[in-house]
Design a protein around this ligand. Structure first.
Ligand SMILES: Cc1cc2nc3c(=O)[nH]c(=O)nc-3n(C[C@H](O)[C@H](O)[C@H](O)COP(=O)(O)O)c2cc1C
Length: 479
């Protein structure tokens, strides 16, 4: 039978379920079961027991950048004196945005009450394998699988033995046998129990089975005068270990590197109200900045006028014109890597009007254009502060590869990312891009053509090439 993951439901549905289950003093899962039963029996409650504020259609989707992914844990509390520490563990997990559903063994209830555990977890607590209410849809299987991780704390000698030998005669051991999730054990017992040959065998077997252990630590035991290895790890250590398993650290290949990126168009003023611009949206440069930041780099993004939110964790300098962009780029040096993705205007108006230009009988005002500074060439040819890797962009509407190859030679940069921006491609302002990476390989100019991708994928791919070339200390993009 299919299982339903509550936390993956829409926010409005989750809010409704939480309010309704709190009102009826049931767990959220039980409430869902009741609703389904009522629907089947034709006795459904009106669907608005509480006024759930409608989500306006204009409400932006929750910002995921930088947000912790949701995660959930089934916490099995065994019957040891350290069970009191598991109350703190619940709190530590919840402050890390990890949902906790607790199972107490019969012995655990001698040390902590289901009421205290339920109050801290804000969830119903499970204690009985033969609970008709939660077993009507095989609750022990749900508790075993409808979570991202199972934590056993304290893991008693008895639970270790049951687990190592595949017992399933109570709710905790049945869950541990029925799960396909990772299991984290926090053993806690008297040092003699921990060192007993049977416990040693059980622990070795569990490690072979792929179970992860945290602790036990060495120290004073609850029993007066006893000390040694057997103390349960502190709640914060267990929560950190759980978080590492739930949210493994992402590799940061650009850690310690400073990456300078330009993005967007430039606006070249004609007079105080008019300007010359181009259709660049800045999306590609912003995506590269976000990808470089995610790869651990310190990122400085110099952006022309765009309609995009600043990427999280990136220093953004907002500019208007090509000259301002060059100024900010120079101020941001030194950098290890520079990526010039901005569509910088080649020309600006020579004599920018101090006042708004007026229509006159003499006809159109003459607009004299002068060349803008060439940011890519200027930085590529710097004698002292040239970044070790300089990447330019070539947006072309014809002879893409030939123009990009000659741009590589002319500008003195290391790589060129060439893309066809003819109106038919929809690249300017669009979300997808087809690019070719032009570089020098063994004295030759190499062209690596990538398939059509989203701008985010292009960014990730480019950053991966950069990361590999930084690691190899080579200016050749790794293929
Ligand atoms: C006061 C007291 C403290 C106990 N502390 C522990 C302990 O720290 N670790 C352990 O493995 N067993 C301890 N036990 C023994 C367990 O409670 C017993 O083995 C029980 O059957 C474990 O059940 P469970 O594994 O289902 O929770 C303790 C027993 C008592 C009476």
């Amino acid at each position: 039978m299919a299982s339903l993951t509550i936390r993956k439901l829409d926010d409005a549905v989750k809010t409704y379920l939480r309010l309704r289950s709190a009102k009826n003093r049931r767990s959220v899962e039980e409430e869902v079961r009741v609703i389904l039963r009522e629907l089947i029996e034709g006795r459904e409650e009106p669907l608005t027991p509480f006024a759930v504020p409608p989500v306006p259609s204009s409400t932006p989707a929750p910002q995921r950048t930088g947000a912790l992914p949701e995660a959930s844990v089934t916490l099995i509390i065994g019957g040891g004196i350290a069970a009191y520490k598991s109350l703190d563990l619940i709190r530590r997990l919840k402050e890390r945005r990890i949902e906790v559903r607790c199972v107490l063994t019969k012995a655990a209830q001698q040390f902590v009450t289901p009421l205290a555990v339920s109050a801290l977890s804000h969830e119903r607590v499970y204690t009985d394998l033969f609970d008709p209410q939660s077993e009507f849809d095989a609750g022990h299987i749900r508790l075993a699988r409808d979570c991202d991780l199972i934590v056993v704390a304290p893991a008693t000698a008895d639970l270790l033995a049951k687990m190592a030998n595949g017992h399933a005669d109570d709710l905790a051991s049945a869950i541990l046998l029925a799960t396909n999730r990772k299991v984290l054990l926090a053993p806690a017992m008297n040092p003699l129990m921990w060192n007993n040959a049977a416990t040693r065998r059980n622990v070795a077997q569990l490690q072979r089975d792929g179970v992860v252990l945290i602790g036990p630590n060495s120290g004073e035991m609850a029993e007066a005068g006893e000390a040694g290895v057997g103390r349960m790890s502190e709640a914060i250590e267990i929560a950190n270990a759980a978080e590492r398993l739930l949210r493994p650290p992402v590799p940061k290949p650009l850690a310690g590197k400073r990456v300078l990126i330009t993005a967007g168009p430039t606006h070249e003023p004609i007079d105080p109200v008019r300007y010359i611009a181009n259709r660049s949206s800045g999306k590609q440069g912003f995506a590269i900045a976000a990808a470089a930041q995610a790869a651990g780099a310190e990122v400085i993004l110099v952006s022309g006028p765009v309609d995009l939110d600043d990427p999280a964790g990136v220093t953004v300098k907002h500019v208007e014109s090509a000259r301002q962009m060059l100024e900010q780029v120079q101020a941001a040096l030194p950098a290890d890597i520079a990526i010039f993705a901005a569509a910088v205007a080649d020309w600006r108006v020579a004599n920018e009007g101090e006042q708004k230009l007026k229509k006159t009988a003499a006809g159109m005002p003459p607009l004299q254009l002068v060349e803008n500074p060439d940011i890519l060439a200027t930085i590529s040819k710097l004698a002292d502060k040239r970044p070790p890797l300089v990447v330019g962009f070539a947006a072309e509407t014809e002879h893409l590869i030939d123009n990009a190859k000659s741009k590589l030679a002319r500008k003195g940069c290391d790589w060129i990312v060439a893309n066809d921006v003819s109106p038919a491609t929809g690249v300017m302002g669009g979300d997808r891009n087809t690019v070719h990476l032009i570089s020098r390989k063994g004295g030759e100019i190499a062209v690596d053509s990538w398939p059509v991708m989203t701008k985010e994928q292009v960014a990730i791919e480019l950053v991966a090439h950069i990361a590999r070339s930084v690691t190899d200390k080579s200016l050749e993009p790794a293929s």
